[in-house]
Every structure is written in C-alpha cells, then in structure tokens.
Design a protein around this ligand. Structure first.
Ligand SMILES: [Zn+2]
Length: 450
C-alpha cells in the first residue's frame, strides 16, 4: 500500500511538469498527421518521408528545432499557438531547411544540450496508477534518449537566412501557400514587441531562431511572388489539425482550461475529443466514457475514437472491456504499432494467462515496426517473464535499456539473455549486438567525462 502511494506521487510530479521532464509525446493520430502534412515538404527538400521524423515534445514553450540527423522536434506549445495546419507547415519547412543545410545549433549551456528526454504518452500514467495499472506509469517514468534541447541553443543568423530561403523553396515546390508561415512569424513578432516583460515560453523560438527585423519582410516578398501564394488550404489537413490540437490541449492543459475553451455546448468532434481528455484527467470516468462513446457513434470506423475509448477503459481499471475497442483500433489503423502496444498492454493487464500468447504476438509486431517505444519492450518482457522464458525477458529488457540510454543495464541484461539462449541463434546474436552497442556507449561516456 505504501509503495503504491509513493509511486503515485512520483508519476504525478512528472505528469504535472511536462516542461521540466521534456517528455516526448507519442500519439498515433498526431504522428500520422505530422507525416501527412510534412511529406510533400520532405520530398521537396530532396529527402524521403520515411527517413524524416517529426517528434512532438511535451513543452509549452513555443519552439521547434532540429538536433542533427533528420528529426524535427516540435514543442506542444507551438501546436497550441498555431491556428492552422498551414502555419505548422511553414515551421516544418523552415526546420527542414536546417536539416538539409546540416545546421548545428551553437552556444548555450553545454550540459543542456544532452538533457534526457522521457517517453510519455497522450494519456497520463498517473491515472493508470490510480486505477491500479502501475505498468503504464512505469512507461512514462522510464528515462529517455538524449536529444539537444532547442531552448538553450541558437542557430546563427546566416543559418536562419538559409533555412528561410530553403523553407520557401519547399513550400513553393509542394504548391503550399506561405501565408501560414507569415501569420506564425507575425504572432512571434507581436510577442517580441509586446509591452511589458516577454513571457519566457513565448520567446523560445525567437531565441533559438534569431529574428532580424527584415526577415518577415523578406519572406513575405518571396512567398507573395510565388504561384502557390493563392493556393487554398487543404481542408483535410485543416480539419485533422483541429482534432490533433484539441486532443493535445485536452492532454496538456488543466481540465478547467479545456472546459472553458471547449464548453459542453460545443458538440464538434474536436470539442468532444478535448473534453474526453479533460474528464479523464479530472477523474470523471463516466463523463470521459460518454464523450468517447458519442465520438464512436459519430464514426464507428474511426480507429482513433476506438483507441481513445479503449485507453480510457484500460486506465480506469477495466482492461477486459478495453479489449474490444482496442482490437478495432488496431485493425482500423493498419496495425499501427503504438495502438498495438496499447492493445498488448490491455491483454497483459487482464492478468489472464489465456491472453499471453496473443499479447506476445501483438507486442512483437509492434516493436518490429516502431523503434522508439520502450514501453512496448517493457510489456513484452512482462509477457516472457509470465511465460517462464527468463532469457527472452532479459533480452526484451536489454532492448528497452538500450532505447532509454541505460547502457550498463543493457550490458547486464544482454549478458543474462546470452547465457540462457542457444549459441548463435537469432536472439542470441541480437543480445550480442546489444552488448557491443552498450559497451561502445559506455566507452564514449568515459571519454566524454575525461
Ligand atoms: Zn531557424
């Protein structure tokens, strides 16, 4: 009993301080939206959409940044501030300009550049702990991979001009108007010039992407000459954006804020979506369930409505009831690995041994197709352990350790796995690979400390 209480307090602290925890927020619908609106820009930048990742960071500061490689990080605060998908595309185009230019951020606090990122999810682990499903809380508390944090670093002014010019070129080639980009920059400028003390959170983008006075003018001149300037907004992207934003606000904002922005008189899909999260967060499971059920009544074939319903049931301690909607969500989303991992979690949470074989199958297919979900590896480890397969449980744990940057634990668990697996079998070879990677990482850490 005492242990449960301690665990609950810890996860609440993390859940209530997303900015401090710098959690990566994973949500199947949001990730699909980012992929869809960025694909034409990524292609215009000469890259392949499958190689570029847009990662949502749980931080209410308005910012977006790159940290080397082909990943663009977008803070939740930027989505809160944006009014259209087109504004977000303007930001993505600019960030892709930094990616294509291979721009590294400089300055700032060296230690801050290697801060850890925690893997979160769009529903709170704290609630899962309340409902007695402590495993979900463990998923949120696991330490994450290293990533530079844009807040403390800045691009040079030359890099900014290059990224602006590249971004404008991508928008033009993709036939997407630059109006949203201008609107977003104007918002940032109004914060910059606003009377009084500027809010730290509102200045983050401006600090990492120094704004010169003529920058907006340059962009306006460039965009307005482009044939795409008059192009209408894509209605599907815009309506998807409203859903994704509502969902995110429901998750991030205080429930009373959400209920003010999306009052019960508003029966639109985004409003019901946002309220489902607000009710769930404030422990009104009945109201949360009703909103989710009304969404399903609107469109029973929408996998994300089924996912929401299943997740609310699972986190309210009803894994048996969660299984049917989650099964539909997995099938309707072409086996999306994040939703599959959630379904696997529900199967494990039923504590019914008859569900272990299916859980194993579902989770294995999830980890193969998603390489940043330590929680799915954690669940798979639980399945193996309950099946009495200690070697594979150790291997799954080693995979999770590797993903969360716990090199010495990865070393120990891969050793355990190797000693229990047949020599040179595929799993044994994988354990050996993890061992080598973990060793190299420990060696790197040692060098860095010298
Ligand atoms: Zn920039």
């Amino acid at each position: 009993m005492v242990r449960t209480a301690v665990c609950l307090v810890l996860s609440l602290v993390i859940a209530l301080r997303p900015a401090a925890a710098q959690s990566v927020l994973r949500d199947a619908e949001t990730e699909a939206f980012f992929r869809e609106i960025s694909a034409p820009l990524v292609r215009a930048a000469g890259m392949r959409p499958e190689d570029v990742e847009i990662v949502l960071v749980g931080d209410r500061a308005i910012n977006a940044f790159t940290a080397g490689g082909q990943t663009v990080y977008i803070n939740s605060g930027l989505i809160e501030e944006a009014s259209t998908a087109n504004e977000v595309q303007g930001v993505i185009a600019h960030e892709l300009g930094h990616v294509e230019g291979g721009h590294a951020m400089r300055g700032g606090d060296a230690a801050a550049s290697a801060q850890s990122i925690t893997i979160g999810s769009l529903l709170l682990g704290a609630l899962a702990a309340v409902a007695g499903a402590g495993d979900a809380a463990a998923g949120i508390m696991m330490a994450g991979q290293r990533a530079a944090i844009g807040k403390y670093l800045a691009y040079s002014r030359v890099q900014e001009s290059v990224a602006d010019a590249s971004g404008a070129r991508y928008l033009s080639e993709a036939g997407i108007t630059g109006r949203g980009s201008i609107d977003f920059f104007k918002k940032l400028q109004s914060y910059e010039f606003r009377l009084g003390i500027p809010q730290d959170d509102e200045q983050a983008f401006v600090r990492s992407h120094p704004l010169s006075g003529d920058r907006v003018q340059y962009l306006r001149d460039t965009y307005s000459k482009d044939p795409a300037w008059e192009a209408p907004l894509n209605p599907k992207w815009e309506s998807d954006f409203k859903r994704v934003k509502a969902k995110l606000l429901g998750y991030i904002a205080r429930p009373e804020e959400t209920l003010r922005d999306y009052p019960e008189s508003d029966q639109s899909v985004p409003a019901r979506y946002a309220r489902a999260y607000a009710w769930h967060k404030s422990a009104y499971p009945k109201k949360a369930t009703q909103e989710a059920q009304s969404l399903i009544a609107t469109d029973p074939n929408d996998p994300y409505f089924q996912e929401l319903y299943g997740q609310i049931l699972l986190e309210s301690g009803k894994p048996d009831q969660a299984m049917a909607p989650l099964r539909k969500a997995v099938a309707g989303s072409d086996n999306n690995p994040l939703i599959a991992a959630l379904f696997g979690h529900a199967l494990v949470a039923t504590e019914d041994r008859a569900n272990l074989a299916e859980a194993q199958e579902v989770l294995k297919s999830a980890v193969v197709r998603d390489n940043r979900n330590p929680f799915a590896w954690y669940q798979l480890g639980v399945v193996y352990e309950q099946q009495g397969d200690q070697a594979r449980a150790a291997l799954a744990t080693a995979e999770r350790d590797l993903m969360t940057g716990e090199s010495s634990l990865a070393l120990r668990h891969s050793d355990q796995a190797m000693s229990g697996l047949p020599d040179y079998s595929p799993d044994w070879l994988r354990a050996q690979d993890i061992r080598l990677i973990a060793e190299a990482q420990l060696e790197d850490d040692k060098k860095r400390r010298r």
